[in-house]
Ligand binder design. Structure first.
Ligand SMILES: [Zn+2]
Length: 203
């Protein structure tokens, strides 16, 4: 990285370093993108820079489900026809995108913003679990679908939530059938995800 950055100008080097921090962008890709942007139309670059700035400035978390939203209450939580008796629990906002794409779920969501990872020091207090419990106290929810990833952290999180929620008399199901171990929801294909949702089993 340092060799590559020092052999170009400071501005290009800075851009390469910034791009290299993005997920899935290695040093080679960062260089390719940086030089692409150097040749690109200035208006396109401006639009890109503005989009990057606005994604933070114009979005917040929905005060109910903690999904990314431009309004206090997101479009899913405020949608009248949605079934308020079911809450599907996911790790990240992008998991909602994947599940919505299947058109197989008409309930509401709750975003944990992570998963339990004791080895990395991530415990229940680091996730949006208190917010979830507050929602469940309302009494309108009859089923909670645990749609955490099927990797170790996701399974641990599902187990923890099951222990917490089942004593409240709420049916707890796990979206797992058809999803191989290690699957991250956001990368699962529509058909697999639809089947996993339809074939969800009581935890
Ligand atoms: Zn919401």
């Amino acid at each position: 990285m340092s060799r590559d950055s020092s052999s170009t100008t400071e501005a290009v080097g800075k851009l390469i370093q910034a791009l290299n921090k993005l997920p899935g962008v290695g040093p080679k890709s960062a260089q390719r993108i940086a030089y692409y942007l150097l040749r690109a139309n200035e208006l396109d670059n401006q639009a890109l820079a503005e989009a990057i700035l606005q994604v933070k400035q114009k979005t917040k978390l929905c005060s109910i489900c903690l999904n990314v939203s431009e309004t206090d209450i997101c479009h899913i939580c405020s949608s009248e026809p949605r079934d308020r008796s079911k809450i599907c629990i996911v790790e990240q906002p992008q998991d909602i995108l994947a599940l919505e794409h299947t058109h197989k779920f008409n309930g509401l969501y709750h975003v944990l913003h992570g998963s339990l990872a004791p080895s990395e020091g991530i415990g229940p207090d680091d996730l949006k679990i208190n917010e979830l419990m507050e929602r469940l106290k309302g009494g309108t929810v009859t089923e909670v679908i645990l749609a955490t990833n099927t990797n170790l952290e996701g399974e641990q999180t599902a187990l923890y939530l099951h222990r917490l929620i089942a004593p409240m008399g709420i049916k707890v199901t796990r979206l797992a059938r058809g999803l191989p171990f290690g699957t991250e929801l956001e990368y699962a294909d529509d058909i697999t995800l639809s089947r996993a949702l339809e074939g969800r089993q009581e935890f």
